[in-house]
Write a protein that binds this ligand. Structure first.
Ligand code: CA
Ligand code: CA
Length: 425
């Protein structure tokens, strides 16, 4: 990031920096540089890891051929056929994110939900893919203020084939790290000790899959339905987003403060983004009431053209480390834009809207370069990313740059109130 707060994707070679014991891990980080990453397939089906100081030349972190396949004879399936999500781990020894991936097309592969372990250096093609066990029983999540009862009839497929979306939600109870003292064999270190839960959409409904309390790298049983209130729409019309804790700290008398995960969702048609905070009951249970109404979220972004058609890939993480989750989107030209999350009420960690946008670069192989001395100019492929494109210098605002407009200083419009002053963030 430059002095003006702009993100950029640098083309200089940065040598690889694995996670160091003693350095507090960051949720969303896959390679140990303490910056969250975007892990996404490129046009060739390789898996690429993109972050603020990423070197595009070495960004492939799993080859196309390493994607989960049915057998050695299948040479066509690649990471491009998978939905990919990450935030923390399904074990208690984590420092770097695991991936959870689900095939989007192949009928046989869709039956499996795979955990892809990080090799400790950010690569995802070194270890055996772990198929997560589908639960045999179901129940309901706690939704006390929704007025909804747990339906007796809870259709639940015998495998993962009905999953149309999956996110690593983060930890509903609150994300935690812990310092571990040195042992005779290991130095002192800080680890993530909270496990991520998974959230799936199946038949338009939300299912919560907590991490197993008995076995690492497994999901808990029963699977928990989050019932949908009648007349509030279908989750099929939204894309789930996992910002981690984005609603500030939860304070409950007699209980430890908690940074509970929040769900965001993008309306696929309008592009509006909504927040659905997970809260806590007086007796300490995670309360999912806000997730019972797809159309009842709190509007946190509108007017940015983030429709599914224009920006097929969307997600969130705190890229600049200011404690507020940021929103990222990749458009149909593979340009990555980041919107910085901020608060309108001076509440630490609670995201009410977004300011400006920054172009990180290109999600395939090219990169846009910007000087931190001349932040209003950049170098990029002329006419958009394509093989053999000439390189030109652009001033932000020219129509041929990937993202021609650049809004600065305003939180996005929010529901139910005026725009806050720019100084609010
Ligand atoms: Ca990283
Ligand atoms: Ca941020």
């Amino acid at each position: 990031m430059d002095v003006a707060g702009n993100y950029s994707q640098r083309a200089n070679y940065t040598f690889y920096a694995p996670w160091k014991p003693g350095i507090a891990p960051i949720f969303g980080d896959t390679d140990g540089d303490r910056i969250p990453d975007i892990v996404t397939p490129d046009a060739a089906g390789n898996l690429r890891t993109l972050s603020g100081n990423n070197d595009p030349a070495r960004a492939i972190t799993a080859t196309a051929a390493s994607a989960p396949r049915n057998g050695v004879n299948d040479t066509t399936t690649s990471w491009a056929d998978y939905q990919i999500t990450h935030r923390g781990t399904l074990n208690e020894a984590g420092a770097l994110d695991q991936l959870i991936v689900h095939n989007t097309g192949d009928a046989s592969l869709k039956k499996h939900l795979y955990l892809i372990d990080n090799d400790g250096t950010g690569r995802y093609d070194q270890y055996t893919k772990i198929p997560l066990t589908r639960q045999k029983s179901t129940g309901c999540a706690v939704v006390p203020s929704s007025g909804l009862a747990c339906p007796a009839d809870r259709p639940f497929a015998i495998d993962w084939s009905q999953v149309t979306q999956v996110i690593a939600l983060g930890t509903p109870d609150g994300e935690l790290t812990q310092n571990f003292p040195a042992t005779p064999t290991e130095p002192a270190q800080t680890k993530i000790i909270s496990q991520t839960s998974l959230l799936t959409v199946e038949g338009g409904r939300l299912w919560l899959h907590d991490a197993s309390e008995l076995k690492w790298n497994e999901v808990n049983s029963p699977a928990l339905l989050i019932p949908t209130a009648p007349g509030t729409g279908s989750w099929d019309d939204y894309d789930l987003i996992n910002p981690g804790p984005a609603n500030g700290v939860t304070k409950t008398p007699g209980l430890t403060d908690a940074w509970q995960a929040t769900l965001w969702a993008r309306n696929r048609t309008t592009g509006d983004v909504f927040a659905y905070p997970i809260t806590r009951t007086a007796d300490g249970k995670s309360d999912f009431s806000a997730l019972t109404k797809p159309n009842g979220g709190r509007l946190i972004d509108t007017g940015d053209g983030l429709t599914a058609a224009a920006n097929p890939r969307i997600g969130a993480a705190d890229f600049n480390g200011d404690g507020f989750a940021d929103l990222w989107a990749i458009n149909t030209s593979s340009a990555i834009t980041v919107f910085s999350g901020g608060t309108a009420t001076a509440t630490p960690g609670k995201v009410d809207g977004f300011t400006g946008l920054s172009v990180m670069g290109d999600a395939t192989t090219s990169a846009s370069l910007r000087s931190n001395q001349v932040p209003w100019q950049c170098v990029d492929a002329a006419g958009g990313p394509r093989a053999g494109a000439e390189i030109s210098v652009y001033t932000w605002g020219q129509t041929k740059q990937h993202e021609p407009q650049m809004r600065v200083g305003l939180l996005s419009r929010r529901a139910g109130g005026p725009n806050p002053e720019p100084s609010a963030i």
